[in-house]
Design a protein around this ligand. Sequence first.
Ligand code: ACM
Ligand code: ZN
Length: 722
Amino acid sequence: MKQRVVIVILALMVAVGYVRAAEPKIIPLPRSIELMDGVCRIEQGMKIGCCDEELLPAARYLAEHLNIGITRSGGVVRLAVDGTLGTEQYSVVVSEDGVVISGGDYGGVFNAITTLLQLCPEGVYDDSCTLPIGIPFCEIEDQPRWSHRGFMLDVCRTWMDVEAVKDYIDLLAYHKINNLRLHLTDDEAWRIDIESHPELARDGGFRGGDAKIWPRYGKWNERWGGYYTKQDIAELVEYARVRNITIIPEIDLPGHSLCLATLHPEILCRYEPNTSAAFGYDTRSAICPASEANYLLIEDIIAEVCAMFPSEYIHVGGDEVDMSQWRRCPDCRALMQREGMTSTEELQRYFMARIGDMLANYGKLPAVWNEAIDGGVLSTATRVYGWEGIKECRAAAAAGYDVVVMPGQYFYFDMKQTPREPGHDWAAIFDWTKVYGFTPASVGFTTSEQQNIIGLEASFFSEAYASRNPETADYLHYQTFPRLVALSEIAWVGGDERDKEEFYSRMVAHYARMDAMGVAYRLVPPKVKYSDGRLSVSVDDGSKVYYRLDAEDKEYLYTEPIATTSPAHYSFVSRRGKASSPEAAVEQHFRTITPAFKITSSMDDREAFSFEKAQGYGRLARTSRAADVGDWVMFTFDQPVRCRRMKVATGNFQLPRYIFENGYVEVSYDGVAFERVGDLEAGMFFIESPARAIKAVRITATSRGNGAEWVSIQPPTIWPLL
Ligand code: ACM
Ligand code: ZN
């Protein structure tokens, strides 16, 4: 009965034109699409018509994708600005007369082009499209909900060269993201050439090996990195502009300045720090706001940055300042007294206000992270990027600032997507469904607060990328797609209603385009079921499923249910194009055990992170100093442990930082004799299929710790025999 009602309703909808069989699955969803019978053929020799000089870059962009030429009059696809349309608003009309694209401005025309590409075969994205092609007759009218649809790329922790950034700009543009914030400076790198201070990029752009900057992430023994020259920046700014993307630079002040401080120690507060834990390396990261000389240095930098970027806003940081450094500084204390300040937050406000005034002299407006407004009011022209949480975003909106909403719990795409996948978890663990579900109203923004939201932005902080393969984009893609597809949809469409199933079906159709774009996106994990002695696996996204058996280094294509009495030995992944899913299996496959053990070491532990606390599993221990050559840590089990796999690791849980940068692993079966089983990689080692029960594991450093004040020690992770 229910089915019959649905069929009748569908038939009625078709009759009145709401639904057509081949409705294109466009992301983000346009405001209105009317589909008509027939297709417009684009054939070899046809041209894109563009009589408006200003639109030529957009015409060339489309011409490259369609593999056709440009003419200044006529043409099968005609581009024009229509003054009756608003900013970024557009229409696309496809009929027997060709394709007419109208935009309220350049951005509107570009938005129309990205929609038109989705009406074409996906070959337009990888240059495999051969003419002729047919574009369905239709009329599309569209405009964005939010004027700011942003993405932040951390090029400090992981260096990404001009080509890598351009490749990513292409992906943002296909998804109608119109703002790219380049996080150009941080504790670990300085990525932009400043001619008046050439040492900043020349030395600050590299870390590891014989570089002046100590390597906290990624490659340890080799000098690694890079920076953007003025020419590079000009090239990126123009590349983005053609694609309707404004690049906003971020110079992160006054915290996150360890790299700057390593090259210019005079910017730090005036007291003698204890550097013994890190072999003399001063790890302080905050600029002293009481030093007038610091403002001169910052102005040199700001002046050049303002000249390089045409953006209205310059982001000047303001997040996570270690204010304990200011509390210890006689100059900071004197300044606070002079100005009648009672908190270091006010001192931060003083600093940020001065930087804001500086920016005004160069015709720019300040953009800051949300903590920058904690110490009092800044100019209301300041744009606030709310990252810590909904509460902070709402407070900034209520205080009257323009707010970019990007709380980490929804929009930090460096977070894990499920607990066993790579990434961080300090903000949340979430996949695209949580991004898609976000609406300001549902998280508590009042109507008046919502009026100060200018848009949404996602972040990709790249600490974890550096220890993967930063020379390929795979990790960046996996973490950001399809979460960015969901961001694209909600930032463009807005609204308070969401239909997850409908969006998922559109997203799966979009996978074919992402395959052609070369995106190594994350697929939803395959569903694994074990019943009646058979393991069966299903996917609904056109991917193929592969499986492995424990202890075999071979992968098989899954074609039918597997008859087995030991399902936990099997694990599955799905793939299509460059995309892949996380590993899936019956839950028992992932089960780990926690036998009692003790940690001993050549180094002392820290009280708040004692060895004893880590022995309860679940938390880290920290040593009292960085490791030197020959330092060791040992795990001794109360009872010898039989297992199929054991991971021993230095470093933080989600990140190879505070590790033994080089070292080896020894195993003992009796607690007396040790045999070497391998070398650490990124601070960790997997002992595979040990033949006997393990009594103890010892890891020994073969290099001196580099830039950290301690070593983090994880409890071992142990997978039992099955
Ligand atoms: C931030 O994530 N520290 C802005
Ligand atoms: Zn100071």
